[in-house]
Design a protein around this ligand. Sequence first.
Ligand SMILES: Cc1cc2nc3c(=O)[nH]c(=O)nc-3n(C[C@H](O)[C@H](O)[C@H](O)COP(=O)(O)OP(=O)(O)OC[C@H]3O[C@@H](n4cnc5c(N)ncnc54)[C@H](O)[C@@H]3O)c2cc1C
Length: 404
Amino acid sequence: MGDSTLDVADVVDVVILGAGISGLSFAHHVARAGLRCLVLEAAPSPGGCIRTARGSDGFWFELGAHTLYNSYSALLDVVAEAGLRGAIAGRHPAPYRLLVEGKVRSVPSQIALGELFASAWRVFTLRKAGRSVGDYYGRLVGRRNWRRVFSPLLSAVPSQRADDFPAEMLFKQRPRRKEFPRTFTLKNGLSTLIERLAGEERVTLRVNAGAKALRRAEPGFAVTTQAGDTARARHLVLALPPDQGARLLVPLLPAAAAALLRVRTTTIDSTGVAFAKRDLPFPRLAGLVPLDDVFFSAVSRDVVPDERFRALAFHFRAGLGLEERLERIAAVTGAQRERFALVGEHRSCLPSPALGHGDIVRALDESIAASGVYLTGNYFGGLAIEDCVLRSLAESRRLLSESK
Ligand SMILES: Cc1cc2nc3c(=O)[nH]c(=O)nc-3n(C[C@H](O)[C@H](O)[C@H](O)COP(=O)(O)OP(=O)(O)OC[C@H]3O[C@@H](n4cnc5c(N)ncnc54)[C@H](O)[C@@H]3O)c2cc1C
């Protein structure tokens, strides 16, 4: 098949593969510096792990990422530069609860306090470096507390079993910007940011345009999409899940592909349901974490209260069909299926880093140095949106300095 150029005039400065927050924040930075970007996204809409479900009546809830913090300084800069400072909406405080044998329970009620007090002193001496989450926090709260309560609680953070994560990657101390609410979202949900970034000047987004093959082609790179189109650009940026990046980089940078293949990934099937307020029997909560179930957490919309509706997004282990997930949601909430006011589903892919992850990142950075290829994503500093934006900022600066 001959090359048919995408609906973009001639060669662009930068082609970015993947329209999640990593790809779009990268596009934001280089577009502000005057470069023209083409963003190619495999899915029918941008956002990746950021996906707001919206009903026709204006009610919305998050099917993926849900919480931003005033310690997300790089993200806050992007939000402000994109003109969305006025869209920041503080989240109302609400507790996380546990689901224990079908009942909603407080977290403290499930903790063995004797074991906790006998272990917690280690917080003054124990170092996170070189330890897994299970090892580090298990020593702080006691083994039994860890297995029964804290492992499920911390696994709710990355929507997967977190025991083997490097302890340094899960929670990070970052300076807070106190002029912003401690935790916040955006009016109309986090997809508001995605939509704004995708529409910025000098940024062109193509959806249903997954990258299939890469090659070097003067004056830089050519990307062939699933549809058979070819896009050409001087610089190439991969903002993809690591397994996807590895597949594409084999012919171009085999050492980078080999390093990417060492990053394990997991799939999360999220299913969210909105309920008329009277139909959900739970007390107000930020989220529900089961001690042992087919889902890791159910994240609530109660933190942005609505007069008519409430919603819960359940983040399931992969493998269940939609019917099974909806059945489980009905059983957990006690709400009848015919009373579900809005249902949304979304599949996400997240990395599952383990000890030694820093070595993979170093190998990756070495393998792409001076190659004209730039890598960003949620598998460098961490999985949080701020980690993605920080990596994109650093890589976009590298691109801008190398393109002078
Ligand atoms: C359920 C859930 C809840 C979360 N909650 C929070 C939270 O509250 N706060 C927080 O800070 N973080 C949270 N996270 C983590 C955070 O949302 C993600 O780490 C981050 O959004 C990932 O962004 P990304 O752009 O690196 O990757 P992704 O969002 O995965 O984007 C990658 C994009 O690449 C596209 N793609 C794949 N293959 C191709 C291809 N061949 N060609 C072109 N495009 C392709 C994908 O379709 C996708 O759109 C959560 C994640 C999940 C799943």
